[in-house]
Ligand binder design. Structure first.
Ligand SMILES: C[S@@+](CC[C@H](N)C(=O)[O-])C[C@H]1O[C@@H](n2cnc3c(N)ncnc32)[C@H](O)[C@@H]1O
Length: 205
């Protein structure tokens, strides 16, 4: 991880994704989250103040030391016990069926191999458990999608590997997760970055 991605980017994410507007969408993704949770791409812990009361324990996976340091205040204030368990959502150091649920917000766009990360979610979350997600991704609007493809290479270089062209629900379906409920729409902001999809998907029995 280069200096920009390790040291600077967590502050950029905090500034762009850590506001009350974003919290509205985060809260929708977190609705119904309960028990022991795997959070991939924990970042600076922006979800921690929003965990529902029913969340008791969070296993956090986050490669950036800077982001983890930035999260410590939120971790200390959280009613849920947060334990950092690994650096890579593609290889989570937890046994099978450890968690009741998983959480990913703005992370499936960035993890190099989202398929491997979702396979890890399926392995670590017990059958019948859920993945709660909030992601930006490929817009259904052809004009916006064209711009997303044009900007994708640059975005990956400046935003720590973040892709603009990943299709969230297609990724979930390819991983064999059953999408239970999902909503998608443009939110406020420049369109290539603001096609948001959120909801829940179930790990099959
Ligand atoms: C756009 S940020 C989102 C952070 C946080 N989830 C949020 O909603 O504010 C993407 C996060 O994914 C993390 N990340 C990058 N590669 C990863 C990997 N292989 N496994 C887990 N997390 C990763 C980054 O360090 C960063 O914190």
């Amino acid at each position: 991880m280069g200096l920009w991605t390790e040291r600077v980017l967590p502050h950029v994410v905090e500034a762009t994704c850590g506001n009350s507007d974003m919290d509205r969408y985060r809260m929708r993704a977190l609705e119904g989250l309960a028990g022991t949770v795997l959070e991939i791409g924990f970042g600076s812990g922006l979800n921690a103040p929003l965990y529902p009361d029913a969340v008791t324990k969070v296993f956090a996976v986050e490669p950036s030391h800077t982001a983890r340091d930035m999260s410590l205040r939120r971790v200390a204030a959280s009613h849920a016990v947060v334990e950092f368990v690994g650096l890579d959502g593609q290889a989570v150091p937890l046994p099978d069926d450890t968690c009741d649920a998983a959480l990913s917000t703005f992370t499936l766009c960035t993890i190099p191999d989202a398929h491997r990360a979702l396979a890890e979610v399926r392995r670590v979350v017990r059958p019948g458990g859920t993945l709660h997600f909030l992601e930006h991704g490929l817009a259904p609007d052809a004009g916006v999608a064209r711009w997303q493809h044009r900007l994708d290479g640059l975005q990956q270089r400046v935003a720590g590997g973040c892709h603009l062209t990943r299709d969230t629900t297609a990724l979930l379906a390819a991983a064999g997760l059953e999408v239970l409920d999902t909503e998608a729409r443009f939110v406020r902001g420049p369109k290539p970055w603001t096609w948001f999809t959120w909801g829940r998907a179930r790990v099959p029995d």
